[in-house]
Structure formats: C-alpha cells, structure tokens
Design a protein around this ligand. Structure first.
Ligand code: B12
Ligand code: SF4
Length: 551
C-alpha cells in the first residue's frame, strides 16, 4: 500500500454509509487575461464563435478519471461565464490554474466560500505556491493527481472525511492514464485541442518548474493510448491539436518508435489533425526526426531559445542551447526541414545588461522567427532560480512585472526595456520581415508543398474555398482596424507587404489565405505588445515553497 492509500485508509475510520445519490463535481478553469498565447484579438474575426484559443489540458484527463457514481461538469470561464447560483447544486467545486491565473483563482475561491460544497484546488500554481491557498479551500492537490484524484473521490463517495492535502506518492504512470473526455468540451468554442503524449523533460534549466513538478525522466503514453486519444479529439471536429508535452523529444528513441504509427494514422484518416508541439533545440541535430514529424503533419514547433548570449544560457544551465553550432544554424535546419518555429526568449538573466534588448532584437530579426515570445525572467517557487535568488536576498515584489532585483539593471530598466523590445518586434515591417525571411527558404517551401499535397490541401477547389473564407476575414479585419483607429497605421503595411514580399515571389508566393492568417496573427501580437500590462508574472507577494513531497 502506498503512502496515499495508507493515509486515505487511516482517515477512513469505521466504514461510512455509501451515498445513495451520485457525487456531483464541478471543475472551474479561471479566465486568462489576454496574452500572447490566447489569440484573443484574432478570435472574433474567425468564422464561428470561438472564445478561447486552446482547451484546458487538465479537464479531459480529470473528467476521465472520475469513478462510477460521480457526475462531473466542466466550466471553462474562458468560454462561458460561471453561473454562481448553479454552483449550489454541487457537492464538490474544484478550481485549477497556472501562475498567470493566480488573481482570478483567488477571486473565485473567495466567492466560493459561501457555498455548501467542498472546495478543492489543484494544478500547477497551487503545486508551487501552496500556502497562498491554505485558508481559501478545504482540500489542495499538489502535483500530478491522476491517482490521488480518483482515490479522493472514491473515499468522498464512501462518506469519508477528506484530507486537507493530497500528494501522490509516485509520479503518474502515463501508460495508465485513460483517454480524455474530450466529448465534454464544446470544441466549437476553441481554436485548438490539447493532448499530452508525455510529461517531464531531461534538461535542467534553472528557471523551470517543469522538472520540479514533473521530473526529468520523460514518461510517455503507449502508442495505442496516444492514438486512441487523437481519435477522441478527431471526433470532436477539432482540426488543430497542440501536443502539450513539456518536451516532445525528451525521449527521442520512444518518439521515433511512435511516429511511424502516427504517420500511418494521419494517412488512414486523411490528415485530420494539424499538429503543434514544444521541443528542445537539439531537434535540429536529428534530420530524420524532423522528417518524420513533418510526415506526421506537425506544422509548428515551439522551442525555448531564451537568449543569444552564451553567458546567460550557461548561467541558467541551458547547456543544450550552447552545444554544437550556433542557434541560428539550428533554427535554419529545423525550418528547412519543414517546421515553422515559434520561440521563447527571456530577458533579465544575471549576465544581461541594458544592451541585451538590442541584442535580442537583432538576433530575433536575424532568426526569421515570426512568433517570438519574450518574457521577463520569473522566479517560480520550487525552482533552483527561486532558491538562489531567495538565498541572495534578491526576491522583490515591489515591481508589478519584475519579481526580483536584476544584477546589471534596475527593475524598472528591465520592465521598460522588455516592453519596448516587444513593441519593436511587433511593428508590422519587423514581424513580416521575419516571417518572409523564414518563408524564403526554398527547402522549407518544398517540404511544405509535399505535406500540403499529401494532406489534400493544394487542390484548386480547396484553395478557392480557403481564399473565399479569407476574403471575408479581410473585411472583418478592416472593420476592426477602423473601429480601433488603426486602419491607416496598419492596413497600408499589410497591402504593401503583400505586394513587395509575397507577390514578388511569383510562383513561389504563399496562398492569399495564408497571408491573411499572418495579418490576423500580427494584429493580435501588435495589440498584446501595446497593451497596458498589469503584472503578468502572477507572483505579487512572497509565497512559501511547499513542503517536500511525501514520497
Ligand atoms: C498547454 C500549456 C499552456 C497552454 C494553455 C492551454 C490552456 N488552455 O490551458 C498555453 C500555450 C496557452 C500556455 C501558456 C502559458 N503557460 Co503554460 N503550459 C502548458 C503545459 C505545457 C501543459 C498544460 C497541460 O495541458 N497539462 C496536462 C494536464 C493533464 O496536466 P495539469 O494541468 O498539470 O493537470 C494535472 C495536475 O496538475 C492536476 N490538476 C490540475 N488541475 C487540477 C484541479 C483539480 C481540482 C485537481 C484535483 C487536480 C488538478 O491533475 C492533472 C492530472 O495529473 C504546461 C506544462 C505541463 N506539463 O503541465 C505549461 C505550464 C502550465 N505553463 C506555464 C506557464 C508559465 C505559461 C506561461 C505564463 C508562459 C509564458 N511565459 O507566457 C503562458 C501563460 C499564458 C497566458 N494565458 O497568460 C507553467 C505554469 C507555472 C505554474 N507553476 O503555474 C507550466 C507548468 C510550464 C512551465 N513551467 O513553463 N501554457
Ligand atoms: S528544456 Fe524546457 S522543459 Fe526542459 S528543463 Fe529547460 S525550460 Fe524546462
């Protein structure tokens, strides 16, 4: 018997009477503030009624894990408001959330106080900042909950008193995770489904809580399990799917064994899902892996590049980014293999002085990475970075966005330098300049053409239909730009770039609908870059790191 089961058994006391009625559970995903990732400014212009870009990953899994005798409802506040009166009919109300949802999580928990239900919290934020929630809920789930969650529900259904805190003894055995209940999500409200193939990452970046939450040994689902999950996603009508693995290539050998089956699955079903994922930059060193991913209909990959400064990469223990040839060459190889690169960058390392902003700008422009997400270094509790800065007395929450004292700048310099960098990166000429720099790779275009042909996307009728849809989107975009008084600032750029960059490529130009989707994307990033920010780091005061795991 593991520690959890022992604790559950110990808390049970004499067997309590079983419930006659099912246990009613409601899980809430708090709304996000508009962010780089949410495509909040793009969604209103897409056909249909999309409310948020990606589905909440924990929901389908947690719903699939409930035992018999438990009814579950999922409320994602990003797509529908919380009906507070309706919450009275539930026995358990649970809240999930990551660091950027902190404020809304706390607000929701405050409002839940008056309910008769047992209030529980789980997910990545409570996992790293447990004490912030102690007085706001009855039960906390720390870390993965694939085993503790169903065990808790079973004991609750048996009338046993819950513990205040559940921690799994062992990391989840991913081969035992059931197929997610994607049928419970209203996919028409989302742009993209999310599915997990593995958890964990073998690297050791100093700022990263993936390895403190999920560990450094990648744990994978079986191929059959994963394909069953994709079948379930396909049945919802989703066309885009984000494999939300911490590092999709964390275990290359296993991934290479799975990919031929995924390729076969895509072929058999006529390429129903376009795939996106996250991977470490050493993907660039494995052309065969890239080739297989492209054949499996992977379109984009997010890579944490972090910094052009080798000293900053070394300082943060991101050695995989310093090995071998340059980051620019690696980026080139991934792109030439047929994958669009999205990349993450960080400013505020101890080796970053005020020149880092120009350096990052030049590097990103040179890289041809259109979607470049630049963050301020954030000390997330439990990470080695947090521990180090705390030991050095450098945690400091006086600035709304910079939660520590940088070494070679002031907090204000870091905050304003970061804001200005993002603003520059998303000026229309800068953004489109990068995109076309990437698109000019003949190898990239050749790979993409082959994939689009295989996926049946190049036929005359399909292109005409897509272009017609795009024309409608252009009208919506133009109306929106006028409404926001941005028409004359942006539309002439879009029109000019279409002619000078795209049409100039003649037979090699990208289809009109693709160019339009870039304009939509740009409009989103442009807004995010100019938005007054309200402290997106999610840490607004010192939080105690949680006690060590029970295992
Ligand atoms: C997909 C993803 C996203 C998607 C979000 C999709 C969505 N609609 O929610 C996108 C791309 C938008 C995103 C963005 C960001 N993300 Co993110 N993301 C992830 C990722 C890779 C997977 C999440 C997922 O689906 N997991 C699968 C499910 C099954 O796991 P889970 O959510 O942890 O749930 C398990 C347990 O936690 C628990 N559980 C969860 N909730 C609950 C609730 C209850 C009641 C119970 C009982 C149990 C429970 O049970 C589940 C099963 O074990 C995670 C890493 C990870 N491995 O989880 C990072 C992660 C959540 N993201 C993170 C961060 C920092 C961000 C960003 C801030 C990055 C940035 N600098 O911009 C942005 C913020 C975006 C914004 N809107 O402002 C951090 C969060 C840190 C923290 N401790 O809170 C994580 C952990 C990764 C990391 N270290 O970078 N992200
Ligand atoms: S490569 Fe990414 S997931 Fe892995 S430790 Fe570094 S930041 Fe975390």
């Amino acid at each position: 018997m593991d520690v959890l089961s022992e604790r559950l058994a110990a808390s049970a006391g004499p067997p309590a009477p079983k419930r006659a009625k099912p246990v009613r559970v409601c899980l809430i995903n708090p709304r996000f503030e508009p962010s780089f990732w949410g495509f909040d400014f793009t969604l209103p212009m897409l056909p249909g009624n999309k409310r948020y870009w990606s589905t909440p990953g924990a929901f389908p899994t947690l719903a699939a894990l409930v035992p018999d005798g438990v009814d579950i409802e999922l409320v994602d506040e990003n797509v529908r408001p919380i009906d507070w009166d309706d919450l009275r009919r539930f026995d358990i109300v649970g809240v999930t959330g990551m660091i950027v949802q902190r404020d809304r999580m706390l607000e929701i928990l405050e409002r839940l106080r008056g309910l008769p239900a047992l209030v529980i919290v789980g997910g990545p934020y409570v996992t790293v900042a447990e004490t912030a929630f102690a007085s706001l809920c009855d039960v906390r789930f720390i870390g993965e909950a694939d085993e503790s969650w169903p065990a808790f529900l079973t004991s609750f259904a048996n009338g046993e008193a819950p513990l205040e805190r559940y921690v799994q003894n062992e990391k989840t055995d991913m081969t035992k995770v059931p197929t997610g209940r994607y049928d419970l999500l209203d996919m028409s409200r989302y742009g993209m489904a999310t599915v997990q193939f593995s958890r964990g990452c073998p690297y050791q970046c100093e700022f990263c809580d993936i390895i403190t939450i999920f560990g450094r040994r990648p744990r994978l689902k079986t191929t059959e399990q994963f394909l069953a999950e994709l079948d379930a996603v396909r049945r919802t009508g989703a066309r885009l799917c984000f494999l939300v693995d911490d590092n999709f290539i964390g275990n290359k050998v296993a991934v290479k064994k799975m990919l031929p089956h995924l390729i076969e699955w895509q072929r058999r079903h006529r390429y129903p899902l376009q795939l996106y994922t996250e991977a470490s930059v050493n993907l660039a060193d494995d052309p065969h892996l890239i080739e297989m991913m492209v054949q499996a209909n992977f379109r984009q990959v997010f890579v944490g590049l972090e910094s052009p400064r080798a000293e900053s990469l070394t300082e943060t223990l991101k050695f995989q980014n310093t090995r071998g040839d340059s980051l620019l060459e690696k980026i080139g190889r991934i792109r030439d293999g047929g994958l669009v690169l999205q990349a993450g960058f960080i400013v505020g390392f101890d080796n970053d002085d005020a020149r880092i902003f120009d350096e990052q700008y030049e590097f990103i422009e040179e890289s041809g990475v259109g979607q470049a997400m630049v963050s301020i270094l954030t000390p997330i509790p439990t990470t080695p970075l947090y521990d180090r800065l705390k030991a050095e007395g450098r945690l400091n929450y006086t600035d709304p966005e910079v939660a520590f004292v940088p070494k070679l700048m002031t907090q204000a310099e870091l905050r304003t330098g970061h804001a200005e960098l993002i603003r520059r990166l998303y000026e229309a000429p800068a953004f489109f300049g990068r995109v076309f720099k990437g698109y000019r790779s003949a190898a990239f275009r050749a790979q993409r053409r082959a994939l689009d042909r295989a996926a049946g996307m190049t036929g005359f009728r399909s292109t005409v239909a897509r272009n017609a849809g795009a024309t409608l989107v252009v009208l919506r975009l133009a109306r929106e730009l006028m409404r926001k008084s941005a028409f004359w600032r942006l539309f002439p750029h879009y029109a000019r770039l279409y002619v000078t960059e795209n049409l100039a490529m003649r037979g090699e130009r990208m289809p009109f609908y693709q160019f339009v989707s870039l304009c939509l994307m740009h409009w989103h990033f442009y807004n995010i870059a100019r938005r007054p920010r309200k402290g997106n780091v999610g840490i607004t005061g010192e939080v105690e790191a949680p006690p060590a795991r029970a295992s």
